[in-house]
Ligand binder design. Structure first.
Ligand SMILES: Nc1ncnc2c1ncn2[C@@H]1O[C@H](COP(=O)(O)OP(=O)(O)OP(=O)(O)O)[C@@H](O)[C@H]1O
Ligand SMILES: [Mg+2]
Length: 736
């Protein structure tokens, strides 16, 4: 404690200890944002590792949160265990087709729910050694996309390791007790927060707080949200604004930049200028990164999922270190992170989803947003504000959000599509060997706890019939076992429906098998999600693309009039293909943004998902004996992963050589690895952005010998003048 610079435990932490969390008791700790739930987890993990020869797994819902926790937990590496060795902290979030055996040597392991699920499918042996699992943000069980995975992981971990201790950390929810019953855990629920958070509602120059007090806000602009933000700044704080859409985040950031600019001191301007330049030099330059750089130069920024990961990182860091004063973000920033926001301003409490229309966010979500304000590390108090347009709305918001309890958490496992991969993985990893065994397993889930085990039985039967028909599971005597195909599908972490599509596509073939064929095949799978939505007016271009490639489809295209829904899906498959084709033809991120209205962050996710699906196709092609596809799929996988044409595939394998450098090397006459091996360092350095150290690294990898005098000469040589250049000039604008 003292070493941590903490004087006292917070009351929820004391309650948790009194409830036996350090004596191996299961616990659901439901406590407000910023109430120090992580420390309870840390103490429990250390207890296991330092005193009980145990091993702990910390589950986080998102990679960003996992990384934040991993960085924090690493400070425990200085502690020594009973056997004299030091504590080892590891993180595992990537590659879904591996057991990560190296983790067996670690004591504290941070992972995402998905990664833990994939490790369980691979039966990573070390998972049987876990003595503690911490599930962070466990209220996310109620979320459609991530909840079911978490639920299955927790059920499974208890199954393989009946004595495992469970610590579930949750926001305050209405049914924490029910969660506790499911997990056979005690329950500590508190309303305590270390830093007072004043929740209020703004209307017409005045903020009305929950506690009855109010405050005037000077109206300086035509945007209430900004007036509040400026008010917070005057008071020495930073403001975080949650907006509904990406576009409104960019726009709000821009407005904030305009009002902040004249207020900057010279040193502030200089510091911001440096960050702004960093934005421009990190990753590819696009209109989006330019917009960001320009906002950053004035001390404001936006943050949303369309930003390239490198840019998102810079924004988070600069908000954390106080250089950026006003940050406008979409809800992607909300879960569990610690940020120095004195105030959180929610500019819109509505969301739009196609099919659902507009609806107000949940109280749970609202509490997560406002919980980013007033974090103990940064502020002595915090406040959150909703914006009302009139008195009526003000009363409604007060009732609906400020004075309301968050909703109950409901399991979302009961949907066939969601359940299907988990049924397969339960059989494939031999966690169940019969239909009855399957029922028993799923009877232990939170879903069964809430709705009763009968509800899920029918669905499982339905799924089993599908899996049997597609030959992923077979009956061997009385035993239910997975075929080789079924096992591989489970391990590859793809939806069984995707696997069927890939298998059939690889068998059927197209009249003419091309990159287009293969890309469309993966784009068609349900694992390609979310697929990009074509914008208005794009359908025509996409139909044209389809007709140009009509010989290359592995499946028949749907008819626009006979099946309009399927056709709509088809259009979005084609959009994904089109973007991927641009990308592997070396279109720049800017061109893709301009031409396809597709943002760099989305591109990064599309590329990652596609690479995975191509990898899965390779594995299935191998399994089904399509040897002729091995080479084309491998080339395509590298091209998609790096965004290059075929001639660069070998060059990008060199470390330190990405798509941009590879193209420059190629154009400068270094067309192969052999070329690099043969030429001198100074010759390599004529290529823009290649300095002596990098030249050496590249040449060494190419297997070239570097003589001492060559290195001396390189070190003193003048690096190429051109440092920044819009490369990828060869990209021909496609037929429009
Ligand atoms: N006993 C303590 N004394 C002082 N600071 C503490 C104490 N316990 C935790 N903190 C600090 O409080 C901050 C918030 O803690 P933490 O991130 O664990 O909150 P949380 O309860 O998980 O909130 P959220 O629900 O938003 O994830 C951290 O910066 C942490 O260092
Ligand atoms: Mg937390």
């Amino acid at each position: 404690m003292e070493a941590e610079g903490l004087d006292d435990l917070y009351p929820p932490q004391e309650d948790a200890i009194n409830a036996g969390v350090l004596d191996g008791k299961n616990l659901v700790l439901a406590s407000p944002t910023a109430s120090g739930k992580t420390l309870v987890a840390e103490l429990a993990m250390l207890k296991h590792v330092l005193e009980n020869h145990g091993k702990a797994l910390y589950l986080a819902p998102l990679r960003a949160l996992a990384s934040e926790k991993f960085r924090e937990f690493r400070r425990y590496e200085s502690l020594t265990k009973q056997d004299g060795s030091s504590v080892r902290v590891g993180m595992s979030t990537g590659d879904y087709d591996s057991t990560d055996q190296w983790l067996s040597r670690y004591d504290i392991i941070v992972s995402t729910n998905e990664k833990a699920d994939s490790l369980l499918r691979h039966k990573a042996p070390w998972m049987g050694e876990l003595s503690l699992v911490v599930a962070d943000e466990v209220h996310l069980l109620t979320e459609h996309s991530r909840g079911p995975t978490l639920e299955v992981v927790m059920t499974r971990l208890r199954e393989i390791n009946p004595r495992i201790q469970i610590l579930a950390l949750s926001a305050t929810v209405r049914n924490a007790e029910e969660l506790g019953e499911w997990l056979k855990a005690g329950n500590v629920t508190t309303e305590w927060r270390p830093v007072p958070l004043r929740e209020g509602i703004y209307h017409d120059g005045q903020v009305q707080f929950r506690d009855g007090t109010s405050r005037k806000v000077e109206i300086q602009t035509s945007t209430p949200v900004l007036d509040i933000a400026l008010n917070v700044l005057n008071d020495g704080g930073q403001a975080l604004i949650f907006t509904e859409t990406r576009r409104s985040a960019v726009e709000m950031g821009r407005k904030a930049a305009m009002v902040l600019k004249p207020k900057l001191s010279k040193p502030e301007e200089r510091a911001l200028d440096t960050i702004s330049k960093k934005v421009l030099s990190a990753g590819e330059r696009t209109r989006l990164s330019e917009a960001l750089a320009s906002e950053v130069a004035s001390g404001a920024a936006f943050h949303h999922a369309g930003l390239a990961p490198a840019h998102r990182g810079i924004v988070e860091d600069s908000f954390r270190n106080g250089r950026i004063k006003i940050l406008a973000a979409t809800p992607t920033l909300a879960a569990g992170v610690n940020l120095p926001a004195r105030a959180v301003i929610i500019s819109s409490y509505e969301r739009y989803e196609s099919g659902l229309g507009r609806y107000p966010i949940s109280v749970l979500e609202y509490k997560q947003f406002v919980g980013r304000a007033g974090r103990p590390k940064y502020d002595k108090y915090g406040e959150s504000l909703l914006i009302a347009r009139n008195q009526d709305e003000m009363d409604w918001l007060m009732d609906r959000y400020v004075l309301s309890q968050p909703e109950r958490v409901w399991s979302k496992l009961g949907v066939e599509k969601v359940l299907r991969p988990h049924v397969l993985s339960t059989i494939a990893a031999e966690y169940a060997r019969s239909e009855e065994g399957l029922f028993e397993f799923f009877a232990r889930t939170f879903y069964a706890h809430q709705y009763g085990p009968r509800m899920i039985r029918g669905k499982i039967g339905e799924i089993l019939r599908f899996l049997a028909k597609e030959e992923m599971v077979v009956m061997e005597g009385r035993e239910l076992v997975a075929s080789k195909f079924g096992r591989r599908v489970s391990e590859l972490y793809i939806d069984p429906v995707s696997a069927v599509l890939l298998r059939d596509g690889l068998f059927n073939r197209a009249k003419k098998l091309t990159d287009f064929s293969l890309l469309h095949l993966i784009a068609k799978t349900p694992d390609m999600s979310p697929r990009p939505h074509p914008r208005g007016g794009e359908d025509e271009k996409l139909s044209l693309l389809a007709s140009q490639h009509s010989d290359e489809f592995m499946f028949e295209a749907p008819d626009q009039f006979e099946d309009p829904l399927a056709y709509e899906e088809f259009m979005s498959e084609l959009k994904a293909v089109q973007v991927l084709l641009d990308w592997i033809d070396e279109a720049s991120e800017e061109q893709i943004l301009e031409l396809r209205k597709f943002e760099p962050g989305d591109l990064a996710r599309l590329v990652q998902g596609s690479e995975w699906l191509i990898y899965a196709s390779q594995e299935l092609a191998r399994l089904f004996g399509h040897r002729d596809l091995a080479a084309p799929l491998e080339v395509l996988r590298v091209r998609v992963s790096k965004g290059v044409r075929s001639e660069l595939v070998k060059l990008v394998a060199l470390e330190g050589v990405g798509r941009v450098r590879a193209r420059m090397l190629y154009n400068a006459g270094f067309k192969s690895v052999e070329d690099i091996k043969q030429r001198s360092l100074t010759e390599l350095m004529t290529v823009p952005t290649i300095g002596p150290a990098l030249a050496k690294r590249i040449k060494e990898q190419a297997g070239g010998l570097i003589h001492a005098d060559e290195w001396e000469k390189a070190k003193t040589a003048k690096p190429s003048e051109v440092q920044e250049q819009t490369v990828l000039t060869e990209y021909r604008d496609r037929q429009e």
